[in-house]
Design a protein around this ligand. Structure first.
Ligand SMILES: Cc1cc2nc3c(=O)[nH]c(=O)nc-3n(C[C@H](O)[C@H](O)[C@H](O)COP(=O)(O)OP(=O)(O)OC[C@H]3O[C@@H](n4cnc5c(N)ncnc54)[C@H](O)[C@@H]3O)c2cc1C
Length: 400
């Protein structure tokens, strides 16, 4: 594209950030028949944000109705992406969420599933061990079990969304870092190394870079960027095992290995993913210097302890460690909203370690916001103004 041409083009929508959320937004918006560009600062397929890698868990099991309701639409939407792209994204595995009997977490999940009319069963530890012989569950545990839960092939899913976007006439620009956003009826997106881009509406889905990108627009959102690792461990068949391995298993309770989870052999045959998922297992990082300090081994150490206590036939040293960044809000709820001052700037950030499965639904909401359509979901839980204004307004850059 020549410089003169780029100055003339005004897109209807520019989406900044081609992770799973931005790609899902672009996927929906292009289907409205408008002119859309999806802009990514790095090469597509990079591994520096939040959406790369072999797998993410998908499930209906949530303890909050507004997420449970979104999961109901997420499954068929992923299926549609598979059909349109020809890429397999979802693998059904089943999922057990385990905790000591009568835990508050399990009770609230069961209640939400019932309220939303979704099927689940409750298994005792013996029944769960029959499904997953590598589990060493105490008898005092029980599990909420969901048949339909499974795994999404993460990087492939992002490619699938982008391929459909391009097939429908969308433009994907990679290696194009946006360094300044100039608001206006036509927003100008500046880049120190590439030509400016102009668009009537923009969608900011920049994952861990949200603070850096939004601060000059007067928004300093209360977000923390935390480096986490996907840890893969060798699995050895157990004697007398008829080939059963793992389904997805999540341990969830305030006092027992909060958030430890296991996913079956999938992206690396012979290895299972076992991760420790609490705040203090990761370290806060600058996304532009994610690997500057890799000395924090807390996540690995906690996972080793968990493996020793609750699993059988799993090595106690990880074979593969793949870093990834979570962008956390104080309440772990997403941020999906318009910029408080500029109504043509949509924001979808802060997915707090559980956004992948819901990306097609979040993308649909961002599309509806952009096109000024009625919203399919109540986005009050995701509104920026749930935080105290003093926690997100800044006097830097453009004042609000
Ligand atoms: C270890 C780990 C395990 C997880 N497990 C699960 C799970 O099991 N289930 C689940 O549902 N979720 C899970 N998640 C969360 C999920 O992966 C994230 O919520 C999701 O990937 C967030 O995507 P995103 O598009 O917001 O961010 P990203 O994927 O980081 O995308 C943002 C993109 O914006 C680009 N960008 C930033 N700044 C600019 C700029 N100035 N100009 C142009 N481009 C820019 C970045 O390069 C990046 O590509 C997990 C996350 C991690 C880290």
């Amino acid at each position: 594209m020549s410089d003169t041409h780029s100055r003339r083009v005004v897109y209807d929508v520019a989406v900044i950030g081609a992770g799973v959320i931005g790609s899902a937004a672009a996927y929906h918006i292009i289907k409205k028949g408008v002119k859309v560009v999806l802009i990514e600062q790095f090469d597509v397929g990079h591994t520096r944000g939040s959406s790369h890698g072999g797998s993410r868990i998908t499930r209906h099991l949530y303890n909050t109705d507004y997420y449970t309701k979104m999961t109901i639409e997420a499954f068929p939407l992923w299926e549609q992406v598979e059909k349109e792209s020809g890429i397999t994204v979802y693998s059904k595995t089943g999922l057990g969420r385990c905790a000591p009997k009568h835990s508050e977490t399990l009770s609230s999940i069961i209640a939400s599933m019932h309220r939303c009319g979704l099927p689940i069963s409750v298994l005792d530890s013996k029944q769960m061990k029959q499904r997953c012989p590598h589990l060493n569950l105490p008898d005092s545990f029980e599990c909420v079990y969901e048949e339909d839960a499974g795994i999404l092939a993460a990087s492939k899913a992002v490619t699938a969304l982008q391929n459909v976007f391009i097939k429908n006439g969308g433009k994907l620009l990679d290696c194009h870092p946006i360094t300044e956003i100039v608001p206006g009826d036509v927003v100008v997106l500046k880049s120190s190394s590439k030509q400016d881009i102009r668009a009537k509406n923009i969608v900011v889905t920049v994952g861990p870079w949200a603070k850096k990108v939004l601060k000059p627009l007067g928004l300093d959102l209360p977000l923390r960027t935390v480096r986490k690792e996907h840890l893969y461990w060798k699995i050895t068949p157990l004697p007398d095992n008829d080939g059963r391995g793992f389904e997805v298993v999540i341990f969830a309770d305030d006092d027992v290995s909060e958030g430890c989870y296991i996913t079956p052999e999938f992206e690396y045959p012979g290895l299972v993913k076992v991760n420790y998922n609490t705040d203090d297992g990761g370290i806060e990082v600058d996304p532009d210097a994610r690997d500057a300090d890799t000395t924090n081994q807390k996540g690995v150490e906690e996972t080793k302890k968990f493996i020793t206590q609750y699993l059988l036939g799993i090595s106690t040293a990880p074979s593969i460690v793949e870093p990834c960044i979570l962008t956390k809000t104080p309440d772990n709820d997403f941020i999906i909203d318009k910029h408080p001052k500029y109504s043509n700037i949509m924001i979808g950030v802060g997915f707090s370690g559980h956004g992948f499965k819901l990306a097609p639904v979040v993308g649909k909401i961002l599309c509806e916001m952009t096109m000024n359509l009625p919203l399919s979901y109540d986005i009050l839980p995701f509104a920026i103004n749930r935080f105290k204004p003093s926690d997100y307004y800044t006097h830097q850059g453009h004042t609000i």
